[in-house]
Ligand binder design. Structure first.
Ligand code: ARG
Length: 569
């Protein structure tokens, strides 16, 4: 049973008119283990019990101490400054340890059974390179999706590609004037960017190029086959490249419906907005006014009648509701787009869709590298591929020093190098800006991805030596008596709770930082307590189970945040 519920049930008879679930929801895990394994902040009860928090804590403590059924569950219950702190007995930890060590899926749940979430993430703009800013959307989005899947939800990950808009008119013109099939086939996105940049340079001198580009885009909108086939080809080239990056970071999508998919679905949106009298003509364009909500208007139709990003987003949201009947539709983009989301969510609400409340924007901060901000326009674009390549090469150097005989060195170097970048990205709250310093990212001894992966490999090394048969035995003979062992079990027990709060708060960093705690506790245990050399059979068995339980939590946790888990580093 969930231990919060277990404690809550013991408290039930002392607190009137509350269910065990209500009480369980009030219990907290203290940040400092000296304050117990669980704590009840009694101020939350002062209204119901009409007493000051310290008095409540005192009387609950007395009550529990008189209760025979609490023996064996708590080693100690303390009343400290209005908090009731519970120290759960080591005897019950043995049972907990067994539950973890025998359950490869430990941490998962069925909470989301029968519910669907849609998650829109990564969503790069086609024919533009994938830079480190997109990495954030991809890794945060993928891990939010993994967390939901792990909790039993059906998930539809959508890559809402930026694959429609006037920029494709420019690319078509540029390609016809300066491009060659060979050059683009071989050069990929880089070659597309090259002709796109050239277009802008030339258009400064000769503005008629802009008219040509506009005409090419209109031709696309009108179904011109030549233009559309070029456009499709540009997309294909881009997607092929993106897929290589996705494979490195374990990103996958259930749908690749980009903006162009909604081109023929915007008409219905415009019609509906008009019927619902939400549109206002403004300087030839049509907008939805949002002054009443403290926001600038949401542009729906430009003065030339064409739709924009927001129009397509409204169409996409309606499409997703109708096709997936989501419980939540989550969008992961930089905080720079917060206004866009607030605006179109509001428009959907004004259209009368009650599910507007289920639309969630998940913003994140910016990325800089060694202190330098990234900007597409100034040329300081740091490409993700380069970053992964550097990370992998640097990791290989370290492996060559530390473990030169390792098998599959290249594969491991890529898993660890890429993992280092991803972990670094996910280890702070997502809204914080990220500064990427190589020394910090790749430090095998610091709070990094490599450190967690290395700790996992260490567990695997021990388990390989013992063979698994010792693990199958039941917990009756487990002996947990050192502080280091008890602490490790207590930390491992927090995993399901961390998963649930990371899922709920859409904050993968909770898992990343938790894994660092697990590693710290594991390494302390591993330092203090011999495992293979332990002479007492029962103690040895317990320690092996601890290693196994740790390996399960690390593996599940790393997988949730998109890191690979090599068994040997
Ligand atoms: N393509 C956009 C960009 O790179 C992100 C799209 C996010 N998703 C959405 N439905 N608007 O900025």
């Amino acid at each position: 049973m969930n231990e919060k519920l277990l404690v809550a049930q013991k408290l039930l008879s002392f607190i009137p008119d509350m269910t065990a679930e209500d009480i369980a929801a009030m219990l907290e895990y203290p940040a400092d283990k000296k304050m117990g394994d669980l704590a009840l902040p009694c101020f939350k009860l002062s209204k119901i019990l009409r007493k000051a928090p310290p008095m409540i804590a005192d009387s609950l403590k007395e009550g529990l101490e008189r209760d025979e059924s609490c023996k064996g569950i708590f080693d100690n219950v303390q009343s400290v400054n209005g908090y009731l702190n519970f120290f759960i007995s080591k005897g019950s930890l043995a049972k907990d340890l067994e539950d973890i060590a025998l359950n490869e899926k430990y941490g998962s749940s069925e909470k989301g059974k029968g519910k669907t979430i849609v998650i829109d993430y990564s969503s790069p703009n086609v024919a533009k390179p994938f830079h480190i800013g997109h990495l954030r959307s991809t890794v945060i989005g993928q891990s939010i999706k993994n967390l939901h899947k792990f909790c039993g939800y059906d998930c539809v990950g959508v890559n809402h590609l930026g694959d429609w808009g006037t920029q494709f008119g420019k690319l078509i013109v540029a390609y016809k004037k300066w491009g060659s099939r060979d050059r683009i086939e071989n050069g990929g996105i880089d070659a597309l960017v090259e002709i796109y940049v050239k277009f802008h340079e030339e258009a400064e001198k000769d503005p008629s190029l802009d008219d040509e580009a506009r005409a090419a885009f209109t031709a696309m909108e009108n179904g011109d086959e030549e233009c559309l086939s070029l456009w499709k080809w540009f997309i294909e080239i881009s997607i092929n490249e993106y897929k290589k990056t996705y494979a490195l970071i374990g990103a996958d999508f259930e749908s690749w419906n980009g903006e162009s998919f909604y081109f023929d679905k915007t008409e219905r949106v415009v019609k509906e907005l008009r019927e619902k009298r939400l549109l206002t003509v403004d300087d030839g364009a049509e907008i939805v006014k949002l002054d009443d909500y403290g926001m600038p208007p949401c542009l729906i139709l430009k003065s030339d009648g064409s739709t924009i990003y927001a129009t397509r987003d409204i169409a996409a949201a309606i499409y997703r509701k109708e096709n997936y009947n989501f419980e939540k539709c989550i969008y992961v983009t930089s905080a720079g787009q917060s206004l866009h989301f607030a605006q179109f969510f509001k428009v959907i609400e004004l259209m009368g869709y009650e599910w507007a409340k289920d639309m969630v924007h998940v913003p994140f901060g910016t990325v800089s590298i060694e202190g330098a901000k990234l900007a597409t326009r100034t040329g300081n674009v740091v490409l993700l591929d380069d970053i992964f390549r550097t990370a992998t090469a640097k990791t290989l150097e370290i492996i060559n020093q530390k473990n030169p005989d390792l098998e599959n060195k290249d594969e491991v170097a890529s898993a660890v190098g890429v993992g280092a970048v991803v972990f670094h990205d996910l280890s702070n709250n997502r809204i914080k800006d990220v500064n990427f310093m190589w020394d910090e990212v790749l430090n095998f001894d610091g709070n990094t991805g490599p450190y967690v992966q290395y700790t996992y490999a260490r567990c695997c090394g021990v388990l390989e030596k013992v063979g698994e048969e010792l693990l199958k035995e039941d917990a009756d003979g487990y002996i947990i008596d050192t502080e280091a062992e008890a602490n490790l079990v207590k930390t491992l027990k927090l995993f399901p709770d961390k998963v649930e709060s990371a899922r709920k708060e859409l904050e993968p960093s909770f898992v990343a930082r938790y894994l660092l705690d697990v590693c710290a506790d594991f390494n302390r245990f591993y330092h203090d307590c011999p495992v293979l050399k332990c002479e007492n059979e029962a103690v040895k068995k317990t320690r092996i189970a601890l290693v196994k339980a740790t390996s399960i939590v690390l593996k599940n946790g790393l997988t949730l945040i998109g890191l690979k888990t090599p068994k040997n580093i």
